[in-house]
Design a protein around this ligand. Structure first.
Ligand SMILES: *Cc1c(COP(=O)(O)O)cnc(C)c1O
Length: 397
């Protein structure tokens, strides 16, 4: 088996289906791409998508927006987070999360990460009492769900509003409750590398009518909020419509058209991802030196990527492993690299934030390896990939 090389492409998503292409072509033929450009009696693709995503998650209200990062910033504004205010978030997340906090002039305060790659609930309690923060932007980074019942117990007890970053958990749930439905607002991304693909795009969902109304006004609805069939009643807007700024970030009919088709098969896609995840997980299990992330029983995850830890490996040894795998066609991302490559995912990389020290998290962050599992990989591809990683980890000794 030594010398086996993998030929797949780790960033190749599935094509947009013919059905979705036809839906997109119909929008283009109509010439009406802007979400508010509808005929009398016509809801339009965006409002229909919002109704369907609200129904999928069980939320009362849904707003489709231009990106996941936009949804996060919009959520903070909808909760009226003020400049200088502390907002708690994960030490292990992706750049758009602290970026959204910084975009409203607020101060990201990082909460540690556990070896299970979720937010450290003990550290969360410490940070809540140290900072008095009233908002937690909780990132379900790489699809790992913390014990949401325990987290909500802590946050509800302390009067901390939770915004969920579900960029990696669309379609996931904890104890049967969809990810994004525990906090006051859930945010999602429909960017190409997430679970449904419109190039760019996102959603914000909530049951809170005032947050929903503010978010809709913020997104650039002018005085056309009546066209939001997945939004609250007009009287809710009366209270806030003149005091909520317009920070345009709308979704358009073209993207909505292709998302509506994809949303219908999301649950089927989730099962395909998980089948691939399980093959890689089984292939890596028991490899000396490599720590798998055990998934808790109540977590129904979406295995669109897999992580493992190389705890206490020296940097040079990890670098050599990444290089050896790459030579054999397997693209591992080392989230802990001292110099971030392509993207940043750990708190020290965001130097516009106040310096913080999280030594226990540092040990975990330094050890995180990540690999995408696109649906263009077959189950056999997943076997090959895991064989190569296992082989190289054992060889590194
Ligand atoms: C992709 C991503 C986002 C933001 O989504 P965009 O649509 O790219 O703005 C937020 N959080 C995490 C963890 C992500 O991976």
């Amino acid at each position: 088996m030594t010398g086996e090389v993998f030929k797949g492409n780790f960033t190749q998503q599935e094509p947009i289906t013919e059905e979705a292409i036809e839906a997109a072509v119909a929008v283009m033929r109509s010439g009406r791409l802007h979400r508010y450009n509808t005929l009398p009696g016509e809801k339009g693709e965006v409002a229909l998508l919002e109704e369907e995503f609200a129904a999928y998650t069980g939320a009362k209200y849904c707003l489709a927006v231009a990106s996941g990062g936009y949804a996060l910033g919009c959520a903070l504004r909808a909760l009226e987070v003020k400049p200088g205010e502390s907002v708690l978030t994960n030490a292990f997340t992706l750049a758009p999360v602290p970026g959204a906090i910084a975009s409203v002039g607020a101060k990201p305060v990082f909460v540690g990460v556990t070896e299970g790659l979720v937010i450290d609930l003990d550290d969360l309690q410490v940070k809540i009492s140290e900072t008095g923060a009233k908002v937690l932007m909780l990132s379900h980074m790489r699809g790992h769900l913390v014990d949401m019942d325990a987290l909500m117990y802590i946050c509800n007890g302390a009067g901390v509003a939770v915004i969920e970053d579900c960029a990696h958990t669309m379609g996931a749930h904890w104890n049967g409750v969809p990810s994004g439905r525990h906090g006051v607002i859930g945010c999602y991304s429909t960017q190409t590398y997430k679970h449904i693909n419109s190039g760019e795009g996102g959603f914000l969902i909530t049951d809170d009518e005032e947050s929903a109304a503010r978010a809709i006004m913020l997104s650039g609805s002018y005085m056309l909020y009546g066209k939001h069939t997945a939004g609250p009643a007009p009287d809710v807007f009366e209270k806030i419509k003149y005091e909520t700024p317009n920070v345009s970030g709308r979704m358009d009919h073209l993207r909505a058209a292709i998302l509506r088709v994809q949303l219908r098969s999301l649950d089927v896609q989730v099962e395909k991802w998980n089948a691939r995840y399980r093959v890689v997980e089984a292939g890596l299990r028991g490899t000396k030196g490599l720590t798998l992330i055990e998934r808790p029983e109540p977590e129904h995850y979406v295995g669109s990527s897999i992580q493992f830890l190389l705890l206490d490996w020296p940097d040079a040894k990890i670098e050599a492993l990444v290089a050896a795998c790459l030579k054999r066609g397997v693209e591992l991302k080392w989230f802990g690299a001292p110099e971030p490559v392509a993207f940043t995912s750990r708190y020290e990389s965001w130097r516009y934030c106040e310096v913080q020290s999280l030594p226990e998290s540092d040990r975990v962050l330094r050890a995180i390896m990540d690999m995408r599992l696109p649906l263009t990989f077959s189950l056999e591809d997943c076997e090959i990939v895991s064989r190569i990683i296992r082989d190289e980890v054992l060889r590194a000794g």
